[in-house]
Design a protein around this ligand. Structure first.
Ligand code: NAD
Ligand code: ZN
Length: 350
């Protein structure tokens, strides 16, 4: 039986960066020959959506824009040139919408470095809508028995921290310090790190977040709001410094500290994107400590497949709170104030 696709749908859309977040009716997008149409059931709300709405980064945004890039839903339309997708499949819509498939990076399966990639919720309408058109090649295959309600955060937060941990080259039994451990990315990073056999010290603010990160598997917690010297505390807990530092707190100051508490020959992974942030390092100690500082940006198709597989096997639980789409503004406010434990997920039917 053909699926009925309506002409219009509910979405959250803004006309200007920082402008009103309108929960309103907009047309359902028409798919191009290379795209699938996904009936988004749930979408996570990432801190990158907040940065994009505010216009924190000096990059081109599509305006008006539907934000969101952690969508989970059902395929209801398949473009004429698409292979490998059928109506009724479950699909994930992530940050990367499409890549060129031809540049040196795409040819080496490092498509996150493709210069002409398009991004959902940045320069393409994203997942804060009931129907999202997305390139069929970058859309993520979801197993038929996946929990659609909680898989959303895997599609950005999960992939990103999994890739970041792999890029750190930390080995089983070694320490990773996760800065921003109680947030959307951090709460998943703790669990991926544990699944990879790493030891975790979480950094975040307040006692409640400390309890939360320990409940997810962190062995130790450093509270940045009360610690007199974060670097000293991390070095003490890890008996010499963390082998890897995963920066998922949108704070320039926190990123700066990570260079201090990483161990000799350790790796600092930069993920969080505070606006206009700079990292300054002392050359002598960087050379003598032989530390690596590496940027890490979402993940490839293969990183996506692996990250979803960890979730599907029950190794990762997304700590979510589900709310209606009209709540985006409140979610952004709580995020700005650092009040969220884990991730908010929007139910697009409400
Ligand atoms: P979030 O708001 O859910 O979590 C951030 C956490 O950091 C919060 O728990 C907050 O309390 C904590 N925090 C704030 N200041 C801190 C400090 N000084 N020290 C320690 N913790 C502190 O955000 P999120 O959705 O997890 O995203 C985090 C960042 O990662 C954002 O900047 C986002 O844009 C970025 N991001 C990057 C990529 C990438 O591919 N590189 C992908 C996704 C998100
Ligand atoms: Zn994101």
């Amino acid at each position: 039986m053909p699926i009925e696709i309506p002409q219009t749908q509910k979405a959250v859309i803004f006309e200007t960066n920082g402008g009103p977040l309108n929960y309103t009716d907009i047309p359902v997008p028409q798919i191009k020959s290379n795209e699938i149409l996904v009936n988004i059931k749930y979408s996570g709300v990432c801190h990158s959506d907040l940065h994009a709405w505010k216009g924190d980064w000096q990059i081109p945004y599509k305006l008006p824009l539907v934000g969101g890039h952690e969508g989970a839903g059902v395929v209801v339309g398949v473009g004429e040139n698409v292979q490998g997708w059928a109506i009724g499949d479950l699909a994930g819509v992530k940050l990367i919408n499409s890549t060129c498939l031809n540049c040196e990076h795409c040819q080496q399966s490092n498509e996150t470095s493709c210069a002409t990639k398009t991004l959902n919720g940045i320069n393409m309408d994203g997942t804060f809508q009931q129907y999202c058109a997305t390139d069929a090649i970058q859309a993520a295959k979801l197993p038929a028995d996946i929990d659609l309600k909680s898989v959303g955060p895997i599609l950005c937060a999960g992939i990103t921290v999994y890739k970041g941990l792999k890029s750190s080259d930390a080995k089983p039994g070694q320490w990773v310090a996760i800065s921003g451990a109680a947030g959307g990315l951090g709460s998943l990073a703790i669990q991926y790190a544990k699944a990879l056999g790493l030891r975790v010290v979480g950094i975040d603010g307040g006692a409640e977040k400390g309890e939360f990160v320990k409940s997810l598997g962190a062995e130790a917690y450093v509270d940045f709001t009360t610690s007199k010297d974060i670097a000293k505390d991390i070095i003490a807990v890890t008996n010499g410094g963390a082998h890897a530092a995963l920066n998922v707190a949108s704070s320039e100051q926190a990123i700066q500290k990570s260079v201090e508490y990483v161990r000799q020959s350790g790796t600092v992974i930069l993920i969080a994107l505070p606006p206009n942030a700079k990292l300054t390092v002392d050359v002598l100690s960087t050379v003598v400590k032989q530390i690596t500082i590496r940027g890490s940006y979402v993940g490839t198709k293969w990183d996506t497949t692996e990250a979803i597989d960890f979730f599907h096997r029950g190794l990762i639980k997304c700590p979510i709170k589900v709310v209606g789409m009209a709540e985006v503004e409140r979610v952004f406010k709580e995020m700005e104030e650092g009040k969220i434990l884990g991730r908010y997920v929007l139910d697009t039917s409400k």
